[in-house]
Design a protein around this ligand. Structure first.
Ligand code: UDP
Length: 325
């Protein structure tokens, strides 16, 4: 099947492209390389270097005749979204509208969309299932929720079938070592720990050690990016087969604390990984854990790589290349 992967040169997008290619699909990546990287492009895939805010480029590209779009292009720093909401409104919401309108004009009826657990906001109960109230705490989460709602309307009005995938914390790298792009200026825990282990960052700041969690540090649900990538393909197959949209959580259903991750990273990398305790980061809940039962039941999705060991070892496999000898 011919699939356009918008944002396919990014961290998650490159893993999704890899999975689609592995399953024999024909992939074209559409990316402006603002965060995406050339090193994440695979020779078997086509590549269009263009922006989602460029409707002409989108419609010229879609004239190539695609069965489906996987749309992952977005800004994703929750903190920044609170200080630069205009940027997030224009790119995430405005850019997605351009993608959907170009899809509509080109007759593309199937879209897989990168949503986020940030649509839920402060948890009212755990684990968080898809029926949990939707009350984003940051503007980034609001952009994702808004797009889910637009998708719902395009489903009703245009027959667009979508899969909205609410990711928890994506981590790890392709276990076969085929994705090598390290994120630039990461804000997430795992890549920051990896940079410290590799010696390109002096220390990890632990954002709060006084949370009501067993060791006082924040607990999150880390899902391996290859497990996420597989879910994209399964979700796409599902909406094509069932002619019905779906919204699902994608998580490991397991909580890991910052300290647990740090200790495991020290053990697996053999590096010291200095850390300092800093204050809490505004807007960070103490604990987030998913229920991914719906994805398991509807898609038959199984996680294979989301254990702590694989999350860290597959990432270290990429970052160790930078480590001082
Ligand atoms: N965190 C931290 N130091 C950092 C980055 C993150 O202690 O430099 C903590 C953060 O407070 C949270 C967890 O690590 O408890 C995961 O944060 P991340 O930004 O990766 O994802 P989030 O859950 O905020 O989307």
């Amino acid at each position: 099947m011919k699939v356009l992967v918008v944002g396919g040169a990014g961290y998650i997008g490159s893993h999704v492209s890899r999975e689609l290619l592995d399953r024999g699909h024909e992939v074209t990546v559409y990316d402006n390389l603002s965060f995406g990287q050339r090193v994440n492009l695979f020779p078997e895939a086509g590549f269009v270097e263009a922006d989602i805010l460029d409707p002409g480029a989108l419609s010229r590209c879609l004239a190539g005749g695609y069965r489906a779009i996987v749309h992952l292009a977005a800004f994703k720093a929750a903190g920044e979204s609170m200080t630069s909401p205009e940027k997030y409104a224009a790119n995430n919401i405005g850019g997605t509208i351009q993608v959907l309108n170009a899809a509509s004009a080109a007759g593309v009826k199937h879209v897989v969309f990168s949503s986020s657990a940030a649509v839920y906001g402060e948890p009212q109960y755990l684990p968080i299932d898809e029926d949990h109230p939707l009350n984003p705490e940051n503007f980034y989460g609001f952009t994702k929720l808004e797009i889910e709602r637009i998708l719902g309307w395009y489903d009703k009005l245009r027959g667009l079938r979508f899969a909205a995938l609410r990711y928890f914390n994506a981590a790890g790298y392709d276990p076969a070592g085929r994705v090598l792009g390290r994120e630039r200026n990461p804000a997430n825990l795992l890549p920051i720990i990896m940079e410290v282990a590799a010696g390109t960052r002096p220390s990890l700041r632990i954002f709060g050690d006084d949370y009501p969690t067993p060791d006082g540090t924040g607990v999150r649900d880390y899902i391996h990016v290859t497990d996420l990538a597989v879910a994209h393909v399964e979700a796409l197959e599902h909406i094509l087969r069932e002619d019905r949209s779906l919204t699902v959580n994608l998580g490991s259903e397991t909580g890991l604390s910052v300290k647990e991750i740090l200790e495991a990273a020290r053990r697996i990398t053999g590096q010291e990984i200095p850390s300092v305790t800093a204050g809490r980061r505004p807007g960070d809940p103490a604990k987030l854990v998913s229920s991914a039962e719906r994805a398991r039941k509807l898609l038959g999705w199984e996680r294979r790589h989301s254990d702590l060991e694989s999350l860290i070892a597959t990432a270290w496999n990429v970052y160790r290349r930078e480590a001082a000898p």
